[in-house]
Design a protein around this ligand. Structure first.
Ligand SMILES: Nc1ncnc2c1ncn2[C@@H]1O[C@H](COP(=O)(O)OP(=O)(O)OP(=O)(O)O)[C@@H](O)[C@H]1O
Ligand SMILES: O=C(O)[C@H](O)COP(=O)(O)O
Length: 407
């Protein structure tokens, strides 16, 4: 049983709130998209309005990446979204950070620096060991409680996610609560239930497919994106060198055998693309699977129209659809059709659940809306779809005793 904000006596309490605001970043190292920040506004404003002091903890990017930047511009944006001053301190658990937290008055909010600027926060620990990291030992003395709202990072066992809840009374924020509610009860949704697996996380998607087919949760699995390409190769289709090299370079070559095993075991419930789109003379050009391989240097970048017709027919009977990952390279407008159309069909299904940070961003760009639930999580949502436990959620379940709620 996980405690929520309803169980927390907030007035006068200093709360460390872990959010996931890992976002696209512009060339000047500032925030390019605030969707993930907006998702956490309810949790943060509730805590502030109920008289708490809030220290926000988050990561941005991965070491070495162009998006591995400070949270200064996130704090600026948060100030606008919360309509109140939000301090920022370029420290996470040092004396400077503790001082900034101690200085908070009731209803005050400070954003601490990118947790991953410190190496421990990019390592995986068990909760007991995570509790003895510098981040946890540095912050614990100035916090009364911990709230985890970072569902999208809940598959990581890093100190700010599993260490702090080992030593502080801990609660799920509103985002975490709603994600666990929806993604944790998929087996109760109406059938026929269809899973659409696209995007580029091939191993994770094959794990999900195994799990939902084996457990009888999926009436159909539709494949698209790089996942669909791997299944086509597993089915004996020659996709040409460009797509094959891409799959090899991404480290997914071994997944072809796993996809073939899955087709052997559950082929009657797995749908494969019937055509693909490639770039030819700078335009989109569709090729039926029978016309493959494509020309030299041409890669399968999207699903084509006959695949869309085929998938539309399967989806027309569905009561529930769960989608993860785009159907094609949506960043290139020639290859947006698959994602736009397929996800568009899904909005007409009574229960439609979408996972994936990139996917959610793509859908906003493409103007596709009207889903029952759009998850903030990519890897975390996929992991949850396999019914595996998430370390940060387990840490909340095992968190220490808490003070009683105010009502
Ligand atoms: N046929 C294809 N060939 C190459 N790349 C593709 C293809 N189809 C989709 N992609 C790429 O897949 C990427 C998104 O896949 P991913 O699985 O990471 O999505 P996601 O789960 O929504 O993302 P996130 O990790 O942000 O949660 C996009 O960058 C898109 O260009
Ligand atoms: O964007 C995400 O999926 C989360 O913020 C987790 O990021 P990570 O994959 O770098 O741990």
């Amino acid at each position: 049983m996980i405690a929520t904000l309803d169980d927390l006596d907030v007035e006068g309490t200093t709360v460390g709130v872990r959010v996931d605001v890992n976002s696209p970043i512009d060339d000047d190292d500032t925030l390019a998209d605030d969707a993930r920040l907006r998702a956490h506004v309810d949790t943060l404003s509730e805590l502030l309005e109920r008289g708490g002091q809030v220290a926000v903890l988050a990561h941005q990017g991965r070491p070495g990446g162009d998006d591995f930047v400070s949270l200064a511009s996130h704090a600026d944006r948060l100030s606008t979204l919360l309509d109140q001053p939000v301090d920022y301190v370029d420290a996470t658990f040092s004396e400077a950070a503790r001082e900034a937290v101690r200085d908070l008055s009731n209803g005050g909010c400070v954003v601490l620096e990118n947790t991953r600027f410190y190496s421990e926060e990019y390592m995986e620990f068990d909760p007991e060991r995570a509790a003895r990291t510098h981040l946890v030992e540095g912050l614990e003395p100035v916090l009364d409680a911990y709230v985890n709202d970072a569902f999208a990072a809940a598959h990581r066992s890093q100190p700010s996610l599993v260490g702090l809840p080992s030593v502080l009374p801990s609660y799920a924020g509103r985002v975490m609560e709603s994600e666990l509610d929806v993604l944790g009860s998929i087996e109760e949704t109406d059938t026929p239930r269809v899973y659409v697996l696209g995007g580029a996380k091939v191993s994770d998607s094959i794990d999900v497919a195994w799990s939902v087919l084996e457990k009888g949760l999926a009436d159909h699995v539709l494949t698209a994106g790089v996942v669909g390409n791997v299944f086509l190769i597993a089915d004996g289709v020659d996709l040409g060198d460009a797509s094959s090299d891409f799959i090899y370079d991404q480290g997914y070559w071994d997944e072809i055998d796993r996809a073939a095993d899955l087709l052997d075991a559950y082929g009657d419930r797995i749908a494969l693309p019937r055509d693909v789109a490639v770039a030819r003379d700078d335009d989109r050009h569709e090729l039926g699977v029978n016309a493959l391989p494509p020309g030299d240097g041409e890669a399968a970048m999207d699903i084509g129209n006959s695949t869309l017709d085929y998938y539309r027919r399967i989806l027309s009977d569905a009561e529930t659809v769960i989608l993860n990952g785009p159907a094609g390279v949506f960043e290139d407008e020639r290859f947006q059709t698959g994602t736009q159309e397929l996800y568009g069909v899904a909005t007409d299904i009574p229960t439609s659940i979408v996972g994936g940070g990139d996917t959610a961003a793509a859908l906003r760009t493409l103007g596709v809306e009207g889903f029952s639930h759009v998850s903030t999580g990519g890897g975390a949502a996929l992991r949850m779809l396999t019914a595996e436990s998430l370390p940060a959620v387990t840490a909340l379940e095992n968190a220490p005793q808490r003070p009683a709620a105010d009502d």
